[in-house]
Design a protein around this ligand. Structure first.
Ligand code: MG
Ligand code: MG
Length: 247
C-alpha cells in the first residue's frame, strides 16, 4: 500500500504543477492516466459504476471546480485565475489501492477561498493526528469538525471517508464529524482514507443531472483534502505522501 501511495503522491505533485490557468480538466486527467499506467498501475476511478441511469465514471481523476464538492467529471472546461479545483485520484498497484485528494488555488484567489483551503488542509492534519490505536473513528471526525467549525466553515455530512485496502471502499466509514470515543475502534493495521469535504457556506449539497457531480447547494466554494493513512502501533503513517503547503 505504501508503494501505491507513493506513486499517487507523485501523480498529485505533477497535477499541482500542471494545474494553471488555461489548462482543461481533461488535459489533467490525461496526464494522470499516463503517469499511472507508465508505472504499471491502473486508475481506480475509471469505470467505477455510477448510480442507476448514469454513466460509469469516465475519468482517472475527479476535477471539482469552485462550488463543486467532489466527483466532477473531467472535460473541456478551462481553469481560470481565481478558481479553486479539488483533484481526487485513486489507483491500484499490485493489488492494493491508494486514494488521495488535494485542492489547488489557480493563481491568486480571494481571501475566503484561501482561508477555506488552509482550514480544510489543517482539518485533515488534525484528523490524521487522531488516527492512532486506542482512539475511535469518532475521534477523527471530531478533530476534523472542530478545526473546520472553528474556522467558520461547514463539514459536508452526506459524504464520508472510508477504509481502503484491496478495494477502494471498505469498512469502516470515516465521517468528518462526530463525538470523541464513539464509533469503531482503531487497531494497528487499519488503513483508512481520511477526507474532509468542507464548504465555505452551508453543509448542504446537491447532485447534478449527470449523477456524479456533487456541489454546494448555496453555490459557495468547497475544498477537499484526502490521505490514505495506516494506523500503526507507533501512530498514524501517511501512505500518500505529505502535502506541501497548499498551493
Ligand atoms: Mg478520493
Ligand atoms: Mg476516498
Amino acid at each position: 500500500m505504501a508503494a501505491a501511495g507513493d506513486l499517487l503522491s507523485r501523480v498529485h505533485d505533477r497535477l499541482a504543477a500542471e494545474a494553471v490557468a488555461g489548462v482543461t480538466t481533461m488535459a489533467l486527467d490525461r496526464i494522470a492516466e499516463e503517469l499511472i499506467r507508465a508505472e504499471g498501475a491502473v486508475p481506480a476511478f475509471k469505470g467505477y459504476p455510477g448510480p442507476p441511469g448514469s454513466i460509469d465514471f469516465p475519468g482517472t481523476i475527479t476535477s471539482s471546480l469552485n462550488e463543486q464538492v467532489v466527483h466532477a467529471i473531467p472535460g473541456p472546461q478551462r481553469l481560470d485565475e481565481g478558481d479553486v479545483i479539488s483533484l481526487d485520484c485513486g489507483l491500484h498497484l499490485d493489488g492494493w489501492v491508494a486514494d488521495s485528494a488535494r485542492t489547488i488555488a489557480i493563481g491568486e484567489v480571494d481571501d475566503e477561498k484561501r482561508r477555506l483551503i488552509d482550514a480544510t488542509h489543517e482539518s485533515l492534519l488534525a484528523g490524521i493526528a487522531a488516527a492512532r490505536p486506542g482512539n475511535c473513528v469518532g475521534d477523527i471526525g471530531n478533530a476534523v469538525q472542530t478545526v473546520v467549525e472553528d474556522a467558520g466553515f461547514s463539514v459536508v455530512r452526506s459524504l464520508v471517508g472510508h477504509g481502503v485496502g484491496r478495494d477502494m471502499h471498505e469498512p469502516p466509514q470515516v465521517p468528518n464529524f462526530g463525538a470523541p470515543g464513539t464509533g469503531p475502534g482503531l487497531e494497528p493495521g487499519t488503513v483508512i482514507a481520511i477526507e474532509p469535504m468542507v464548504n465555505a457556506g452551508g453543509a448542504d449539497v446537491v447532485m447534478a443531472p449527470d449523477g456524479w457531480t456533487v456541489s454546494a447547494a448555496d453555490g459557495r466554494p468547497s475544498a477537499h483534502f484526502e490521505h490514505t493513512v495506516a494506523v500503526t502501533a507507533d501512530g498514524p503513517r501517511v501512505l500518500t505522501g505529505s502535502h506541501r503547503d497548499p498551493a
